[in-house]
Design a protein around this ligand. Structure first.
Ligand SMILES: Cc1ncc(C[n+]2csc(CCO)c2C)c(N)n1
Length: 227
């Protein structure tokens, strides 16, 4: 079994908990509250900005142009394309995208971003790939599952979101998996253990991100935003 297949197998219970999560079910059946969509977009806008910065750190650790190019393409993808699924949520919620930008992180998004940043600063390129992989992988599988199970038509409120993530053939997931498998062939057992741990924690944090949006999670004590 390839290393990426081993990762997917170990994370299977977490992937299934994500598919069953009420926010993900809400995308499938079109039933999410306006506040939940707004909270998600506010947090995900900041998450994606951090993801770009983490790709920047990954680039600084690359030893060849192919790896640099892979991360560079992903930075462009986030900047130019990942606005479409956010726009879909904004349209359904009836709010302009611009007003949802620049908010502070809530606890689970903070935790997820710090987890990725720590590994990016301290880890090898293999560890960085492992900590980032659950992000594209879980979304790709969510999209594919909803396409298969619901087969939404254009009247579905989240038609664009579902097709954006589910309808990818040249998936980044495949590229990351191939690169991680190549990396794992040369890695020590200790490094592979760390890669596995980072991967599984990111999967848990993907779950927590959905939960954060669904429950409108905030810090226990409300803080004034200092401008
Ligand atoms: C919490 C959270 N997790 C995953 C994604 C999906 N996503 C974010 S960046 C990216 C491309 C990676 O190169 C993908 C697929 C999201 N939007 N928010």
């Amino acid at each position: 079994m390839s290393f990426s297949a081993e990762l997917r197998k170990e994370a299977n219970p977490i992937f299934h908990a994500i598919f069953e999560h009420p926010f993900v079910q809400g995308i499938a059946n079109g039933e999410l509250k306006k506040e939940q969509l707004i909270h998600y977009v506010k947090q995900d806008f900041e998450y994606l900005s951090s993801f770009i910065r983490i790709y920047g750190i990954a680039v600084s650790k690359c030893e060849n142009r192919e790896d640099m190019d892979m991360f560079n393409q992903q930075i462009s993808f986030i900047l130019k394309s990942e606005i479409h699924p956010h726009n879909n949520f904004c349209q359904v919620a009836g709010v302009p995208y611009e007003v949802l930008q620049g908010y502070p992180l809530s606890p689970s998004s903070h935790h997820y971003i710090r987890h990725m940043l720590t590994v990016a600063h301290e880890g090898t390129l293999g560890e960085i790939l492992a900590v980032l992989l659950p992000c594209p992988w879980t979304y790709w599988e969510i999209g594919k599952r909803i396409l298969n199970e619901v087969n939404p038509d254009r009247s579905h409120p989240f038609y664009d979101w579902i097709n954006f993530y589910g309808n990818r053939t040249d998936s980044i997931t495949t590229k990351f998996c191939d690169r991680i498998d190549e990396w794992a062939k040369e890695a020590t057992e200790r490094e592979k253990e760390k890669m596995k741990e980072h991967f599984l924690i990111s999967c848990q944090l993907e779950y927590m991100f959905w939960d954060m949006a669904y429950k409108l999670e905030e810090w226990p004590v409300k803080m004034e935003v200092v401008k």
